[in-house]
Design a protein around this ligand. Sequence first.
Ligand code: ADP
Ligand code: MG
Length: 210
Amino acid sequence: MRAEVFRAWITAAATVIGEQRDHLTQLDAAIGDADHGINLDRGFTAVVGAIESAAPVTPGAVLTLTGTTLISKVGGASGPLYGTAFRRAGRALGDAADVDLPGLAVALEDALAGVQQLGAAREGDKTMVDALAPATAAFSKAIAEGAQTADALAALVEAAQAGAAATISMQALKGRASYLGPRSVGHEDPGAASTALILGALRDAARAGQ
Ligand code: ADP
Ligand code: MG
């Protein structure tokens, strides 16, 4: 996968975040402060502008610029967390002009590690980690079993969606939602939901780029 696919991914992510902005904000209204969709829409709109003006030429540079822009434009917990995820993924890709599936898997694993180092959330704490961790594991497993790009990315997205859905029955132990204690049960975590959307955009961009 070359830089065009990564630019298409981020553009598609910005589009779906814009479309789902109100939905994400409603999820955050139930267990947070009703700003998640607003935060991410502002951030990804800025990212699209930054990519258009800087025109990064490698996949790693696309993701690093995405992360840096999210950190500078998004207030709230999700900005630094997503920003770190994209910056770590970008660093893992290095200067390569073309990224293969194992390289992308390492980048996603580094992104997850960055989120967990910064936010200290584990699986089951009802955060974006509950979408990103199973997605990353499913992706790496599919690749190890010989899956091609489309099937590996389908496995990534299915695991992210299942992981996000599984947060409904969890009690939040990290982030603003944890202040609600047991009352956080029964609602999908907004960051897990947005992670599934962002990874879905990756699958769609890779499919369109083939
Ligand atoms: P804020 O909570 O500051 O208003 P957002 O509403 O934009 O920020 O993002 C909330 C999301 O951030 C949560 O749904 C959760 O997925 C994620 N989040 C919060 N704290 C953490 C953490 N410590 N580790 C991982 N993800 C977290
Ligand atoms: Mg919020």
